[in-house]
Ligand binder design. Structure first.
Ligand SMILES: C[S@@+](CC[C@H](N)C(=O)[O-])C[C@H]1O[C@@H](n2cnc3c(N)ncnc32)[C@H](O)[C@@H]1O
Length: 266
């Protein structure tokens, strides 16, 4: 077990019962993201696709605490923000109020998005969210639903944590959790996240507030190399219409923190 520099708080990789209390997780989430740092690391990535008048209407499939929806609302886009979890919803509403914008909320499960509107210019599913679903059939169903909401030539932008790097570095991470460093998407310095269980079909992420040693956990399905891309093709996105980015740079970097896939509906 190593100690996080400066804080004196220990990062523990031994197994213990995960704290899955949503209120604990949600209370730490904004500090885990660090909103300005997420935008800075993105370096205008969303704007590259949303610039001009081509994209006006966006469906944010997973609002979370509102970081992406609120940013897009401030750019005058029309955003429908979906959030199934009431604790996240409440936090997002508070954040929207503080930022002077109003959320248009829906509460659908991705596997059955009960919306007749299929004319969105873009659907975003960001922050490594699809891996909240474990079953391949469910993942595929969600991607089918995201595709269904898009007009022709509309864009799905979806990201994933580079779990393959976690598998590759498993021994190193267990010996020293601080060796798992990321600086994209989840950029917080006071709340940090690292895997404490790494198995083929699940990864347990621990989120630690280094100011008070509070922890919360998420259990996630770890996509393997190319797995999500393959699912996107199965969901009907043509391979030549899927552009994959590594930490917002075009191309494939095996050491990236996250991958982003920009998929155009044919
Ligand atoms: C890791 S959080 C990411 C939130 C936000 N996009 C961000 O970047 O911070 C995962 C999100 O997926 C949502 N989610 C998980 N399973 C879902 C499902 N089956 N249907 C709809 N949303 C789901 C959660 O409620 C949460 O908003």
């Amino acid at each position: 077990m190593k100690t996080l520099a400066k804080s004196g708080v220990s990062l523990q990789t031994h197994r213990r019962k995960p704290n899955l209390r949503q209120s604990d997780l949600v209370s730490m989430w904004d500090d885990f993201i660090d909103w300005p740092a997420r935008r800075a690391a993105e370096n205008g990535f969303l704007e590259r696709f949303f610039d001009g008048d081509i994209v006006r209407r966006v469906f944010d499939a997973c609002l979370g605490t509102g970081c992406d929806s609120i940013h897009l609302l401030k750019q005058q886009l029309q955003v429908t923000s979906n959030e199934i979890n009431p604790v996240f919803r409440k936090k997002a509403r508070d954040n929207a109020r503080r930022n002077g914008v109003r959320l248009r909320l829906t509460t659908h499960d991705w596997r059955n998005i009960d919306l007749l509107d299929t004319s969105f210019d873009a659907v975003i599913c960001l922050g490594n969210s699809l891996c909240c679903l474990f079953d391949r059939k469910d993942q595929l169903q969600a991607l089918n639903e995201f595709r269904r909401l898009l007009r022709t030539r509309g864009l799905l932008i979806i990201d994933e944590r580079n779990f393959q790097r976690i598998f590759d570095d498993k021994e190193k991470i267990f010996a020293d959790p601080t060796s798992y460093n990321i600086s994209h998407v989840y950029c917080g310095k006071t709340v940090v996240g690292y895997p404490i269980e790494i198995e083929d079909d699940k990864v347990v992420m621990e989120y630690l507030d280094i100011r008070n040693a509070k922890t919360a956990h998420l259990i996630l399905y770890p996509f393997k190399r190319d797995e999500l891309r393959q699912l996107l093709v199965e969901a009907g996105f043509r391979p030549e219409r899927i552009a994959t980015f590594s930490d917002y740079k075009e191309g494939y970097d095996p050491r990236a923190d996250f991958y982003q896939h920009v998929c155009m509906r044919s």
